[in-house]
Ligand binder design. Sequence first.
Ligand SMILES: Cc1cc2nc3c(=O)[nH]c(=O)nc-3n(C[C@H](O)[C@H](O)[C@H](O)COP(=O)(O)OP(=O)(O)OC[C@H]3O[C@@H](n4cnc5c(N)ncnc54)[C@H](O)[C@@H]3O)c2cc1C
Length: 566
Amino acid sequence: MEVYTHDIAIVGAGLAGLRAAIAASEISKNLDIAVVSKVYPMRSHSVCAQGGTAAVMREGDSYELHAYDTVKGSDFLADQDVVEFFVKMASMELIKLEHWGMPWSRTEDGKIAQRAFGGHSFNRTCYSADLVGFQEMHTLYGRALAYDSIKFYDEWFVSSLIAEEGRAKGVTAIELKTGRMCAFRAKVIIMATGGACRIYRFTTYSHTATGDGMALAYRAGVPLEDMEFVQFHPTALVPSGVLISEAARGEGGYLLNGKNERFMEKYAKEKMELAPRDIVSRAEMIEMMEGRAFVGPDGPYLALDLTHLGEGKINERLPFIREVAQRLVNVDPAREHIPVAPAAHYSMGGIRADIRAATPLPHLFAAGECACLSLHGANRLGSNSTAECLVFGAVAGEEAAKLALSSTLPDLPNDRLREEEKRVFDQVLGNEGGERVPELRKEMSNIMNDKVWIFRDEQGLTDAVREIRALKERFRRAKVEDSSRLFNLGLVNALELDFMLDLAEVTAFSALNRRESRGAHSRLDYPERNDREWLKHTLAYYTQGGPRLEYTPVTITKWRPVERKY
Ligand SMILES: Cc1cc2nc3c(=O)[nH]c(=O)nc-3n(C[C@H](O)[C@H](O)[C@H](O)COP(=O)(O)OP(=O)(O)OC[C@H]3O[C@@H](n4cnc5c(N)ncnc54)[C@H](O)[C@@H]3O)c2cc1C
């Protein structure tokens, strides 16, 4: 097997991966950095971010306020040292992007404009109309291309993480164009592979956001943290699930039920539509379950009303939203209501990592949505995620660079490489069993939608774990229809499904065991938050028989948990 050698190998070319590559290059131009991505960088899910990036930029706002909003939003599960560090660094990252050419929307006097977002008590979300991810990705990609030390491996699918002798040593990857498997040997690896919400049927995610890096790390013995906490976004377009940014409510949009009532009044009197996402999504579910929603051919939905904003404001601030609604459901938001429902939108959980983005496995770092540094706890605030990718992408890149400068290259174990080749090409691609990958994927996402959704209970979660395990068993007999090696997306989908089944199992199992309600994890049978027993993080470790759970304390610096009201 051909082996590529680099000082640092970054898996993922979204916001976190690109920011890490730039940060590492800035530490030393002599470092040789690989960025490996299964899609071209500009097709990473980060490009889809719409509404904005949160940071303290003005008088009247403060780090203290942003930190407290984040901690309260997290339902007190966030690690407060991480939050305090994050809010300070976010402002610096925004200014860096500005210097690198980011086209922020501006106020009349030329300052970076900021808008309201859910759960933030100050209008601190910086934006670029409703295309913030697209613009940030262009800015970072352009910057990364300026460094000769960064080499891009586009359309390479990483299939395993090689860990041996207590450290990470490299990854195996398939070059999709040729179908050959190669290995990357590196002093340090950074996972920046994004979130996992494609385990659900109704989701705002790109089809490629399948959580691979989380599963790669998990299988290599790294714990996944807080996987039961999945964010549901209140306004996904019905029926496709394409996101209608929270910016639409930030700019003043209303949510209406089937009786044309602004129902949020009942659930969050003060913040209304701009309460955090877990609260708005639950409110929508209750309206739907109690028969106060609109009903269409695709089931119940709520209405997002932007008509009162006027065409001018919609064109200036939300042009993409208008285009999406017009093109996909033939609705012009300047004149009609947009049909919306809650959809799986963000993985709060992920690869356990500390404030330096270091995972428990030496020489492995993780940043962006695939990581769980416990910044978002049980519920992320909108616009904190792109900021997280920037802040902790930079931290991961810097820390990885420092470690790479002081370490030597590891040797890769040949037997492991051969085993991985066998797994991918003989067991998965060569499988002649009778099961079909798309069918198993559909069944998995249905189980997650039906039983591990916004409201959960013991019976549903127990069934979900059992049913996912049965799917894992059936996956061993799954046949990939296309047997060639060249650009075989059927093979990629099979490998992704294999990863997702692990992640679905960990999500359901962690949710089953957390017998309380906190943030986005809402148990009908345990409706209260229970700090006495559950103010702790879940850690899921891989074992042959399924995840083994441990728990670890939350870091509290200043803010004692109190009841969360909006
Ligand atoms: C529709 C939508 C809108 C959003 N809007 C906002 C917003 O306005 N503000 C905000 O703060 N947050 C927003 N978010 C969340 C935020 O955009 C994401 O959390 C963030 O962009 C994730 O970035 P990332 O770098 O971690 O991963 P991604 O951008 O998902 O990139 C993952 C990378 O990993 C690579 N990869 C994955 N698996 C493999 C593999 N096996 N082999 C090789 N490469 C692999 C991919 O090719 C890709 O390059 C939004 C999310 C969605 C889905």
